[in-house]
Ligand binder design. Structure first.
Ligand SMILES: [Zn+2]
Length: 395
């Protein structure tokens, strides 16, 4: 027996009475969704057409509540996945998680309005629709550009605020042949048409808002070119508001930290980025000057071991190269790390130091290496151990 689909007649039914027809244990049940309950009638929308399933409760005698975790349609039968069994013949009251359903209705209806507009402008089809828990993804077989998308967003919001009544109807074959409508797939039997007059006519079995005004707002949040098509991220209604609120919060934090106004955070950031780049360049020049000055103390000293704290890995490398040129022997620079151990660089121009570095890494719990007379890495050892290793090597 096919379940009577109350959500087809009225998408706003949140509570309904029904009788349990069957209840069976699911063999592939997981996470507590172990029973499939079938009713004679239901307002629970099963997953389908890109719209996610309803969840909610079934109440027995206004008391015991059985959680409905998922709803699926199999060969015209609607199966409610529950965490507890209910005897066939039991009268139940179904309670839909309305916040979740209304969110789906907003996302779905928003998608109709923008898809109608995009497909009309680009003479294309909507070839994919996925409603995730945070984003709605729509694929079109056309190259949709950013400027057009901005225009469509403005047009769709204008349409929403004009408060157009939506219409659901089942045209007969003759009527249907004359009708120009979007269709996501070939449909057998009665075709259910959803219309947002002036924006979209589409064959669809989902749940929609009665009036475009209930969508509230649409916001495109991503645009991605995939092959010859375009993938668009869309948020409608409360999700769009939540997304914009989150962005406002983030931008407010950034604006406060930068002492910038909300509409200037990007330009202030780019200016500061440029300033930081210049400051880094000046600091690097000053560091090099200082390192050259320090290196002079070791002129022509041959083998040298130097400890210099506060250097970056690049600073260690730079100092080592300068020392190599100044002292003329095998030069090693060690700089203390924030956490533990030391960064190092060793240079011995014209010599193969791979064997030496291997021995040093092994003696000082180190890692790293190199070639052509230069090596870089880190060791987990104390300054005393490092000095001791180098003096033993020299001895
Ligand atoms: Zn629809």
């Amino acid at each position: 027996m096919q379940t009577e689909k109350l959500y087809y007649e009225d998408a706003y039914i949140r509570e309904f009475e029904a009788e349990v027809i069957s209840c069976s244990r699911l063999t592939d049940g997981k996470d507590g969704t172990v029973f499939a309950i079938e009713l004679d009638r239901t307002a629970f929308y099963p997953e389908g057409g890109g719209q996610t399933a309803d969840t909610g409760y079934m109440c027995i005698d206004g008391n015991d509540r059985v959680r409905i975790l998922d709803t699926r349609e199999k060969e015209g039968r609607i199966l409610h996945y529950a965490d507890y069994p209910i005897e066939p013949g039991t009268k139940v009251e179904g309670l839909i998680d309305w916040d979740r359903r209304f969110d789906h209705m907003q996302q779905h209806s928003g998608e109709h309005i923008v898809s109608g507009m995009i497909c009309k402008r680009f003479i294309c089809d909507n070839i994919g629709f996925h409603m995730g828990s945070d984003t709605v993804i729509i694929d079109y077989n056309a190259d949709v550009d950013r400027v057009s998308l901005n225009e469509i967003e403005a047009e769709a919001n204008r349409y929403i605020w004009e408060a157009h009544e939506s219409r659901i109807f089942f045209p007969d074959k003759e009527e249907l042949d004359k009708l120009h409508y979007r269709s996501k797939k070939e449909i057998a039997g009665d075709v259910r048409i959803t219309e947002f007059p002036g924006a979209d006519i589409c064959a669809c079995c989902g749940t929609h808002v009665k009036n475009s005004a209930e969508v509230g707002l649409v916001k495109f949040i991503s645009l991605q070119h995939i092959g010859k098509g375009t993938r668009i991220g869309l948020l409608s209604g409360k999700r769009a508001l939540d997304f914009l609120s989150m962005n406002f919060e983030q931008n407010s934090e950034v604006a406060k930290a930068m002492a910038a106004s909300l509409d200037k955070t990007a330009s202030v950031y780019l200016k500061q980025k440029e300033e930081l780049k210049e400051a880094k360049f000046r600091a690097s020049e000053a560091e090099e000057k200082y390192l050259k000055y320090e290196a002079e103390k070791y002129r022509d000293k041959g083998n040298v071991l130097v400890f210099e704290d506060g250097l970056t890995a690049d600073g260690v490398r730079k100092y080592c190269v300068i020392l190599g040129e100044t002292a003329g022997g095998r030069c090693a620079v060690f700089s203390r790390d924030k956490d533990a151990g030391f960064k190092y660089a060793v240079i011995y121009p014209g010599h193969d130091i791979r064997e030496f570095i291997k021995t040093m890494n092994s003696a000082l719990s180190g890692r790293g290496g190199g070639k052509d007379g230069f090596a870089q890495g880190s060791v987990q050892a104390e300054e005393g151990q490092i000095r001791e290793f180098f003096s033993s090597v020299l001895a």
